[in-house]
Write a protein that binds this ligand. Structure first.
Ligand code: 6GU
Length: 254
């Protein structure tokens, strides 16, 4: 998978590429991460990439010529790549979008700055608008890095453990179960006994129950939309029964 980021701050992408899983994936030739400097595609001698909005108002707009030139240069090098504009107006990125993008041959990620990009770029040269959430960033560079990281780790061979991405939160629509490592007792708090037992079936059961508990407490809407399997229904019914008992015992006392 090839990522090309179009930005006025290519150094941000260069330093991102130097660390952790991205660096390893680049070194292992599973991905490539390149940045093109939009300034290099400016058409005036001062290499200006922004200008005042027609119609007046505050803020600056990215000029179309440098953005168009950079998109065309990147697309020439990888014609099959999806051309994505990073903008808070885009569809909101999530794990499903990450999976969709991981199936592309390449991604050209256009980082807007200032108030936005000239609309004629959006219409003519962009395949897809993506946002990373409902808040405003000053530019698309952090969003591009978020997307590259989330997509890259779905590419086979980029993660150490072969199946680590499969177990992640959201990979099956539930939050991850709780995790523990040594020591067995930390500041008086023990690790759940079953995890030390070596019983793989029981450990899997405990992890599913923990996943469901995390999801119920932190993101209940993920459960409301879910096709529960029989084991999941059993666990939820067990809790439901336990909670009902507690409430019944309480009302008998009054
Ligand atoms: Cl992709 N760009 C900017 N500028 N702000 C954002 C965003 C993108 N996603 C969320 N906020």
């Amino acid at each position: 998978m090839k990522f090309t980021v179009l930005t006025i701050f290519p150094e941000m992408i260069a330093s991102f590429r130097e660390h952790g899983i991205i660096r390893r994936a680049v070194e292992g030739k599973k991905i490539s991460v390149a940045a093109l400097n939009l300034r290099d595609f400016a058409t005036d001698r001062h290499q200006v990439t922004d200008d005042r909005p027609y119609g007046g108002g505050s803020g600056m707009i990215m000029k179309p010529e440098p953005v168009a030139g950079a998109i065309r240069a990147a697309a020439k090098a990888m014609p099959a790549a999806r051309k994505i504009l990073l903008t808070p107006r885009g569809r909101v990125f999530n794990q499903d979008v990450a999976r969709e993008l991981a199936a592309c041959e390449g991604l050209i990620l256009v980082c807007g700055r200032y108030e936005g990009v000239d609309e004629r770029i959006c219409q003519e040269l962009i395949d897809d608008d993506v946002s990373i959430g409902d808040y405003i960033l000053t530019g698309g560079e952090l969003a591009a890095m978020v997307i590259i990281e989330a997509v890259a780790r779905l590419i086979p061979g980029t993660l150490g453990a072969a199946d680590a991405a499969e177990n992640d939160s959201f990979s099956d629509g539930l939050l991850e179960h709780a995790h523990y490592t040594r020591p067995p007792v930390f500041e008086g708090q023990p690790v759940p006994k079953v995890l030390l037992s070596g019983h793989h079936r029981q450990i899997e059961d405990w992890r599913l129950e923990s996943s469901l508990m995390q999801t119920l407490l932190k993101r209940p809407e993920l459960l409301e939309g879910r096709d529960l399997n029989s084991r999941e229904r059993e666990i939820l019914e067990k809790w439901s029964t336990a909670i009902r008992r507690i409430l019944e015992a309480y009302s008998r006392r009054k």
